[in-house]
Design a protein around this ligand. Structure first.
Ligand code: NAD
Length: 453
């Protein structure tokens, strides 16, 4: 029996003991996860520094504070979330108990990605624990240092039978995918998302797919361009552009293109100094493969800012590409790196047509003074999430479902949405044994007299 198979079997056995169903037990495990985040913050930071050159001071903001917030919310709301939810009754069930009872699904497989390796791997785990499941956690092998810390330290804090960490690369993940799960929660690129869904189909296992794509960013010429560019610079170049909801490209009218380049240039200097390579807050590409891939995307486009690179450090400077053609290389795939192409359009109508002609993105950003214009974008396009006048911050609002649509994914999570996503919402009806007269009309023989009653 493979190591992966053993982990799944142990998790299922542990699930069948029923201990993860006890609310107190779930809360204890969540609190333990919280302790892990606090007590092991140094190990977490060190691993992220090695994996992605993340700054120590930035780590809580981008990786762990959100997790702590989600744990706090789940702990305080669990009783309410897990309680029976009474629903509206119809005439025939007026005197009965009719309710939805959330129940755990069983054993969940969580496959994480490497870009925010703690956030995207542990956040689904919080939902899985809160909902009473067992969960096999598979961190990304690409963020190898984080993966190692997770494998070594998580079992010190959590029930290691219920929540085992299985490390490894593609073969190990594929071996996991051959096992039977009750839900698979995958974060990563759409191509692998399809493989995950194919494997899940063999067991009729439901999936949540948190994928990526090219998230557009429209800048209206009548907005405060200085503020817009400040927020876009932050959204784009944080983590060296390796953020699933980073604005992938800008759409704007030609008349403001120079201004956008200039303002983003100023912000790059302000955030990352004249020399981003030496700046503590500026990250690195995760590896050589992604370094070469992203550099290759610049081919055929005009560099308006940045463009420097250093292979030995997997460094690519914050870069703006101007007058980018829709059929250019950089517009054919999710960039997932620090390149910001600007595609000019004649106005909002063309921007909407441009967006709708492509795959549905994970996020969509629109900057404008005009609330009506923002509402029009919301009503005439589709995307996982949409933000007016900012980038990324919707990720931090637990009350909003976070997830994609179409090619950017399916299912959603965060806060109570995680709990519901990883629960079965069971329809329950407990009928009274009295009032049999009311039921007469449904029993044969069906006569006109009964129906007229
Ligand atoms: P990755 O290479 O780490 O892959 C993700 C996981 O899939 C890993 O655990 C890996 O082991 C597994 N995997 C890779 N190839 C596989 C295969 N052939 N068969 C089975 N398993 C396989 O991460 P990635 O895909 O490079 O991550 C970047 C992508 O993830 C981007 O598209 C980004 O937008 C997306 N992403 C989405 C979210 C979100 O919340 N929607 C968050 C982060 C990243």
């Amino acid at each position: 029996m493979s190591r992966e198979q053993q982990a799944v079997e142990r998790a299922r056995k542990a699930f069948l003991t029923g201990r993860s169903k006890q609310l107190d037990y779930r809360i204890m495990q969540l609190k333990s996860l919280q302790r892990f985040l606090v007590e092991r913050s140094q190990e977490i930071c060190d691993a992220l520094k090695k994996d992605l050159n993340k700054s120590e001071l930035g780590t809580p903001l981008y990786e762990t504070l959100g997790l702590e917030g989600e744990i706090g919310l789940a702990v305080s709301k669990l009783k309410e979330w897990a309680a029976p939810r009474p629903v509206e009754k119809n005439l025939l069930t007026l005197s009965d108990q009719v309710f939805i009872q959330p129940e755990p699904l069983g054993v969940v497989l969580i496959i994480g990605a490497w870009n925010y390796p703690w956030a995207v791997t542990l956040q689904p785990l919080i939902g899985a624990i809160a909902a009473g499941n067992a969960a096999v956690v598979k961190p990304s092998e690409v963020s190898a240092h984080t993966s190692k810390v997770m494998e070594e330290l998580l079992p010190v804090y959590l029930d290691k039978e219920l929540y085992p960490v299985v490390t490894g690369g593609v073969p190990e993940t594929q071996e996991l995918l051959r096992q039977r799960f009750d839900h698979i929660f995958y974060t990563g690129n759409p191509a692998v998302g399809k493989l995950v869904m194919e494997a899940a189909a063999r067991h009729l296992t439901p999936v949540t797919l948190e994928l990526g794509g090219k998230s557009p960013c429209y800048i209206d010429k009548d907005c405060d361009i200085t503020i817009a560019c400040r927020r876009i610079t932050w959204g784009k170049f944080t983590n060296c552009g390796q953020t699933c909801i980073a604005p992938d490209y800008v759409l704007c009218e030609p008349s403001i293109q120079d201004r956008v380049v200039e303002e983003i240039g100023k912000c790059v200097k302000e955030f990352y100094t004249e020399d981003p390579k030496a700046c503590e807050d500026y990250g690195r590409m995760i590896n050589q493969r992604h370094f070469s891939r992203v550099l290759g995307l610049m081919e055929g486009s005009t560099v308006a800012l940045g463009g420097q690179s250093d292979e030995a450090q997997c460094y690519i400077a914050p870069t703006i590409l101007r007058d980018v053609q829709p059929d250019s290389k950089v517009m054919q795939q999710e960039i997932f790196g620090p390149l910001l192409p600007i595609v000019t359009v004649s106005g909002l109508d063309e921007a909407i047509r441009f967006i709708n002609a492509r795959e549905k993105p994970l996020a969509l950003y629109v900057f404008s003074q005009d609330n009506k214009l923002i509402k029009r974008v919301i009503s005439e396009t589709s995307s996982g999430g949409v933000l007016g006048n900012d980038c990324l911050v919707h990720f931090s609002v637990s009350a909003l479902p976070f997830g994609g649509v179409g090619n950017s994914g399916m299912g959603s999570y965060h806060g109570k949405h995680s709990f519901d996503q990883l629960s079965h919402l069971r329809g329950c009806l407990i009928k009274s044994l009295g009032m049999e007269g009311v039921n007469k009309m449904r029993y044969p023989p069906h006569t006109a007299q009964k129906l007229s009653w």
